[in-house]
Design a protein around this ligand. Structure first.
Ligand code: ATP
Ligand code: MG
Length: 447
């Protein structure tokens, strides 16, 4: 209580911002000529008082700029405010651009006016805390202010832009499908259920089924929205809420689909690499942009590669973590594994007419993990109905999806690519959670 009282006395909050208008962002200052008057808003990243001079590093989302002022040379009120500003306080500064070889970027701002807009208590993110990953994520609401995390968030933002650009430039229609759904797409084991009046509803695992309806109206569609999976196991590549890029294409067979996937992945990597050089530098990362075509191997070849490295799998099993890592790391570029057994696939996958028990589908492996699954969907009513029954699904709940096959459903294909998995691969992240601003995992619902 006492501490709070002192704090409020030191930093009375500013309720009106009218007189604190900014003229520039921090990142613009190094380009301005000496003598330019600037008004800045931001947060105090670092503060030092050295021999009657205050040095502040101002952070404002665009970058950083150094501010300085000497006691006695700047107005007393400005000195008092700057001297008392604590780390992470929100502040307003007016000043003059000055060349200074010692300053980062060679320029700084000589303070003429300074105001603390909102003060900050002692910053709880200490070096000792940083050693514990979990503690860091407990304080994620604060730790996202760090340069590395902020850079990651900006890279993700650019990745999202690249996805929209890719699809819009090629005439795809962006649709939004329900998050609250009545039945599973990817099997019941990872469904989140909730009470929906007198029924049970689920959080969507994938938009695919709705996209299949939409292509009959729009030909080619895509979505970019959250998907939910109640993954039971703790892994470095599963979130319970993640963002999916999904697309469905009418009149499209598997080979053409894989071309779309590899072009999209190339475009995403190229865009991020070209537009995020500062952020990549901050993370100490360099993106190797993979040029299409990507290698394409058969599931059986993948089994052999895994077996040579000591991981033996029976035909029919899903590759799993270890085999995916081994296969992926055997190639320099992302690699497609085609021809998965139907037994390892969801009910909607089409059987290869030339290979019994083999699906017309492919996983895209990159950076040691699966980043996308794509395939040709069953377009014939009878075939799909048989599969629905074999998988023990309720045809009544699937009625609308089956119905689509009665009204002009052509051969069609689609894929789902995880945004966080793509980032994990591109930036070689140890854990997928770093790709999310507020990750949701089996053990994390806060902040
Ligand atoms: P995995 O076998 O790795 O659990 P999956 O085959 O069950 O994934 P799909 O249904 O194929 O996943 O989903 C399409 C894409 O969505 C995946 O290739 C992956 O990029 C992403 N994805 C799926 N589940 C998750 C998850 N729990 N967390 C993050 N991304 C996921
Ligand atoms: Mg998959």
């Amino acid at each position: 209580m006492l501490k709070e009282a002192i704090f409020i006395k030191l930093c009375p909050p500013v309720y009106r911002l009218l007189e604190y208008n900014r003229t520039h962002k921090a990142s613009e200052v190094p380009q301005l000529p000496q003598g330019t008057e600037v008004k800045l808003l931001g947060w105090v990243a670092v503060k030092n008082l050295v021999g009657g001079v205050v040095f502040l590093r101002l952070r404002d989302g665009s970058g950083f700029i150094q501010l300085s002022g000497r006691r006695g040379s700047i107005p007393e009120e400005a000195w008092d405010e700057a001297a008392k500003a604590t780390t992470e306080s929100a502040v307003y500064a007016e000043g003059t651009v000055k060349e200074d070889r010692r300053a980062p970027f060679g320029k700084e701002v000589a303070i003429t006016r300074f105001k603390v807009i909102a003060g900050a208590e002692p910053w709880p993110l200490r070096k000792s805390l940083l050693k514990s990953r979990s503690a860091l994520y407990d304080l994620r609401h604060l730790s996202i202010r760090g340069l590395k995390t902020a850079s990651m968030i900006k890279i993700r933002s650019e990745l999202m832009r690249s996805v929209f650009d890719y699809f819009y430039d090629r005439g795809y229609v962006y649709i939004q499908t329900p998050i609250l759904v009545g039945s599973a797409v990817e099997g019941g084991a990872t469904l989140f259920s909730l009470k929906y009046f007198d029924e049970t509803a689920y959080l969507s695992q994938s938009a695919q089924l709705y996209e299949e309806a939409a292509i009959l109206s729009l030909d080619r569609v895509f979505i970019l929205q959250p998907a939910f999976r109640a993954e039971k196991s703790k892994t470095a590549r599963h979130l319970t809420e993640f963002w999916m890029i999904e697309s469905e294409l009418a009149f499209t067979e598997l080979d053409e689909l894989l071309t779309v996937e590899e072009e999209l992945v190339h475009h995403m990597a190229e865009h991020v690499s070209l537009s995020c050089s500062r952020e990549l530098d901050a993370l100490g990362k360099k993106i190797v942009v993979p040029d299409p075509p990507f290698p394409k191997i058969d599931y059986e070849e993948a089994l052999q590669i895994a077996e040579r490295k000591g991981v033996r799998l029976e035909w029919g099993e899903d590759l799993g973590t270890e085999a995916e890592r081994i296969v992926s790391q055997s190639f320099e570029k992302p690699v497609f594994v085609k021809g998965y057994p139907l037994s390892a696939r969801s009910f909607y996958h089409m059987e290869d007419p030339h290979r019994k028990g083999v699906s017309l589908s492919a996983d895209l492996l990159a950076g040691g993990v699966e980043i996308a699954t794509g395939g040709q969907r069953i377009h014939e009513y009878e075939v799909l109905m048989k599969r629905v029954e074999e998988h023990g699904l309720d045809p009544e709940r699937m009625k609308w999806y089956l119905d689509l096959r009665k009204y002009g459903m052509p051969p069609h294909s689609g894929f789902g690519l995880g945004v966080e998995r793509a980032l994990k691969w591109m930036l070689d992240l140890k854990h997928i959670r770093s790709a999310s601003i507020f990750p949701r995992t089996t053990s994390r619902l806060y902040p």
